[in-house]
Design a protein around this ligand. Structure first.
Ligand SMILES: [Cu+2]
Length: 328
């Protein structure tokens, strides 16, 4: 059946309409009450567990013009036309079904970083699936586990496809209410941009100029801009936190440099690392939190007790100078 989970759909083949897939999931749930009614001896038996909610998402990998800051527009590879791609917010236990359509001129994939998915759904071309060719689709299906701040990104030529913009957040919310309630919540993905890295480089039709940096895992990219949610730092809209408000910041490092968030002399409180909660007695306030490549940090902020925060690249490299963003 074309478009079923794990099946690669060739270029030109139509993906199943969302209504069809929803109905396919609904059938099993609809049959359950009937089965109970007909089953001998079923009277008085415990009701079956409610079927898991099905959450469907469509991701289209495509090339767009992206304005990093006024006057600087680049060609980016994106999920759904934005960098980062859309935030996929699900609840623990949900059945998640994500259809990836590839409108890029190169093969691609999507990998779910920090979520324990079945091997065939892990999105690693050459290992767990064939890369999705231009014009093709692939349906990823898994149960939402690993509560916390997760993310997704291309795992095909990741050293160029991720820096070109193929990444986004996945937030898995817990089924049970959390002990701490937040008034507001923000997700920030940190990354870098190399103006010499173009889609033509990613397709092999152009080369990067020499000399290049020695940053590992990055195809020796020389970064020009530090991005927060796809915007150069000076273009980042500040958030304002009212006095007494409790705010959660979910930070994800999708770049290749080490980034640090500082409390401008005020303490900040790390409440989760890589999506996993830090035990209360251990979540001591500190003046800085550091994120290596792919790492995540959740911070708790209390409005009114801080003069603001800064994000900055924390590497001893000339290209990191000026990579700072303010938040207040
Ligand atoms: Cu990853």
């Amino acid at each position: 059946m074309p478009g079923s989970a794990g099946q690669l759909t060739a270029a030109g083949a139509a993906a199943p309409p969302p209504a069809l897939t929803r109905r396919a999931f609904g059938v099993a749930g609809a049959l359950l009450p009937l089965a109970r009614l007909l089953a001998p001896g079923a009277v008085g038996a415990a009701p079956p567990p409610a079927p898991a909610a099905v959450r469907e998402f469509a991701l289209v990998a495509r090339e767009v013009d992206l304005e990093l800051r006024p006057g600087t527009t680049v060609r980016a590879w994106t999920y759904n036309g934005t960098v980062p791609g859309p935030e996929l917010r699900v609840t623990e236990g949900d059945q998640v079904r994500i259809t990836l359509k590839n409108e890029l001129p190169a093969a691609t994939s999507a990998h779910w970083h920090g979520i324990d998915v079945p091997v065939a759904m892990d999105g690693v071309p050459g290992l767990t699936q064939q890369a999705v060719p231009p014009g093709g689709t692939f349906v990823y299906e898994f149960t939402a586990t690993n509560v916390g701040t997760r993310w997704y990104h291309s795992h095909q030529d990741a050293e160029v496809q991720v820096p070109l913009g193929l990444f986004g957040p996945v937030i898995v919310e817990p089924k049970a209410p959390e002990s701490v309630r937040y008034d507001r919540e923000y997700t920030f993905i940190l990354s870098e941009w190399d103006l010499d890295l173009t889609p033509a480089v990613a397709t092999g039709d152009a080369s990067l100029p020499a000399p290049r940096s020695d940053v590992p895992l990055s195809k020796q990219l020389d970064y020009d801009l530090f991005l927060v949610n796809g915007k150069a730092t000076e273009a980042l809209p500040p958030i304002a936190v009212a006095s007494g408000q409790r705010v959660r910041l979910r930070l994800i490092n999708a770049g290749n440099l080490i980034h640090t968030v500082r409390g401008r002399g005020r303490p900040i409180k790390v409440v989760a690392t890589d999506g996993n909660p830090v035990p209360p007695g251990v979540a001591l306030p500190d003046e800085a939190a550091t994120l290596g490549p792919s790492e995540r940090v959740d911070l708790e902020l209390l409005g009114g007790d801080s003069g603001g925060w800064t994000f900055e690249a924390d590497v001893e490299h000339q290209m990191a100078s000026g990579m700072t963003a303010g938040l207040r």
